[in-house]
Design a protein around this ligand. Structure first.
Ligand SMILES: [Zn+2]
Length: 536
């Protein structure tokens, strides 16, 4: 993961220093795709590409994100405060293609210093979603190897042309240019399986007592988790929310409140997860499930494995889903072929779609029953959302006899099953180290041989979006401008070292993460012309 090497900390004289580094000739304050950091108001990078003095991006905080900035939790304060000479990643979102040379120099040669940091406070880039201005992404690499300019407007991709072809043309209504030299531009991933109501609740030695579940706590955690995943690239997320028991619908209400506040930054959909749906206790669960849908839950979920009557539970879920025209997304370990086959038979007629996951039990099944079960799921059109990071055992019957595994993706796909991949636990009781990174989910699939890099990314992107009922995204004119720029030149490299990221939602930059890594006192590298950051 060495993305730079050589020289001394803070040696700003190396012209190949990371753009934005302080001091040296290479330390162009406009070097980041965003220009200068807040507080550097004198930098010319604060001039927008269109020269607009009323650029809402300048100095204006994220709408809806103030106080929960995705960068706030991931900054390396010691790196930025302890070494005044270390290169600094600066940020603004108004750098023009002419005055910004982001990372152009970082693809060649050595650099200096010791630092690993991210920008302190990603800021909103292109105004609100109704901004008439367009956004030009210049010099981005695509997975097919082309280097292109991409013009965004009205929340969609307006045009894709060879590098330099669009940057010369005037942009309707003015606009912002972002230099993406050194970046791979991808359709943005989507998070198909999150648990925001319990995210970030893992108890640690520094925890201040057990996690609180008051609505304001749930709303805060949901906001923080959604922004965290947005910074990682997920511009749409589906989160499961527990309903019933003591909390009733309060957690769902809190998550929906967070959803409203996050509008314009990330699309958040909710899955209502009732505990019991059969027997005497199930009557209350059914009533609450219907109330949850009326309140705004858009997907019917649950965990049939935990109900005394799993088949009855599935029937109840499908009945409510059919009543309201909702898709279904159920938790199941998937270890029982008969149960899965029955679910497939029952689910086949539900038009909005049925997803199940994480189905790690399928990986413990012997081959032939697993194939037969997969074929039944495929015939019924049931999608499997696997969790390469591991299960989200909060809602499942934990396995006492086997470690966490991932569903057999190759086997499922060979049988014709649509397989998406999600993240699952995000630092909660099920997984205190859960990262919630869609690119890591893809990395794990590829790294463990369940898919090649392209198919692995497809699982967290196109297949996840399909599962969530979202329109397809391609880096082509006419498609939604839901994009992720990742440092690198090809997909395998991006999945391997996906540090620096720029996230576009509805045609505007909504998050960015920039990483700089440098090595101290290593002088024998310039002869190799090693890149400052991995180019994938
Ligand atoms: Zn789950």
């Amino acid at each position: 993961m060495a993305d730079s090497q050589s020289a001394r900390p803070g040696d700003g004289n190396d012209p190949r220093d990371e753009p934005g580094s302080q001091g040296g000739p290479g330390s162009d304050a406009n070097g980041s795709p965003y220009g200068p950091a807040e507080g550097d108001a004198n930098s010319p990078a604060n001039t927008s590409g269109s020269g607009s003095g009323s650029d809402p991006a300048n100095g204006e905080p994220n709408d809806g994100a103030t106080g929960a900035d995705p960068g706030a939790g991931s900054t390396s304060p010691d790196a930025t405060s302890s070494d005044a000479h270390a290169p600094e990643v600066r940020s603004s979102d108004t750098a023009s293609a002419d005055d910004a040379a982001p990372h152009r120099d970082s693809s060649s040669g050595a650099s200096s210093g010791v630092a690993a940091r991210e920008p302190a406070a990603p800021r909103d880039s292109a105004g609100d979603s109704t901004s008439p201005r367009s956004l030009m992404l210049c010099g981005a690499r695509l997975v097919d190897g082309r280097t292109v300019d991409v013009r965004l407007g009205g929340g969609r991709i307006e045009a894709v042309g060879t590098a330099g072809s669009l940057a010369q043309s005037p942009q309707p209504g003015g606009g912002t240019r972002v230099d993406l030299a050194g970046y791979l531009l991808l359709p943005a991933p989507a998070e198909a399986h999150a648990h925001y109501d319990t995210a970030l609740t893992a108890v640690s030695p520094t925890s201040d007592g057990p996690p609180r579940s008051a609505p304001e706590d749930v709303q805060r955690r949901t906001t923080e988790a959604a922004l965290l995943q947005l910074g990682l690239g997920a511009t749409a997320t589906r989160t499961h929310v527990h309903i019933g028991d003591v909390a009733g619908l309060r957690s769902l209400e809190a998550v929906l409140q967070a959803r409203r506040a996050l509008r314009g930054l990330v699309e958040l959909s909710t899955v209502a997860v009732p505990r019991l749906l059969t027997g005497v206790a199930g009557a209350d669960g059914l009533s609450m499930l219907r109330d949850a849908v009326k309140m705004g839950a858009s997907v019917i979920g649950g965990c049939p494995d935990l109900d005394p009557d799993p088949a009855g539970y599935v029937d109840a879920v499908l009945e409510v889903a059919a009543e309201h025209g909702c898709p279904v997304d159920l938790h199941t370990d998937g270890a029982d072929p008969a149960r899965l086959s029955r679910l497939a038979a029952a689910a086949g007629g539900l038009r909005p779609g049925v997803a199940i996951g994480p189905c790690a039990g399928l990986a413990r099944m012997s081959y032939k029953p697993a194939v037969r079960t997969a074929e039944r799921l495929a015939a019924a059109g049931v999608t499997v959302v696997c969790l390469p990071q591991g299960g989200c055992a909060v809602l499942e019957r934990p396995s006492q006899t086997s470690p966490s595994r991932v569903a057999p993706v190759r086997l499922l796909k060979a049988a014709g099953v649509t397989v998406a991949a999600g993240s699952g636990a995000l630092r909660d009781a099920a997984n205190s180290v859960g990262r919630g990174d869609p690119l890591e989910a893809a990395y794990l699939l590829a790294s463990h041989g369940e898919a090649g890099p392209e198919a692995a990314y497809d699982a967290v992107c196109a297949r996840a979006r399909t599962t969530m009922g979202l329109p397809e995204v391609r880096v082509e004119a006419g498609f939604p401008a839901e994009l992720l720029a990742v440092r690198g030149t090809d997909l395998a490299g991006a999945l391997s070292l996906a540090y620096s990221r720029i996230v576009v939602h509805r045609g505007r930059v909504v998050a960015r993460t920039s990483a700089v890594r440098e090595f101290c006192d290593f002088t024998g590298t310039s002869e190799f012309d090693l890149p400052r950051q991995s180019q994938g």
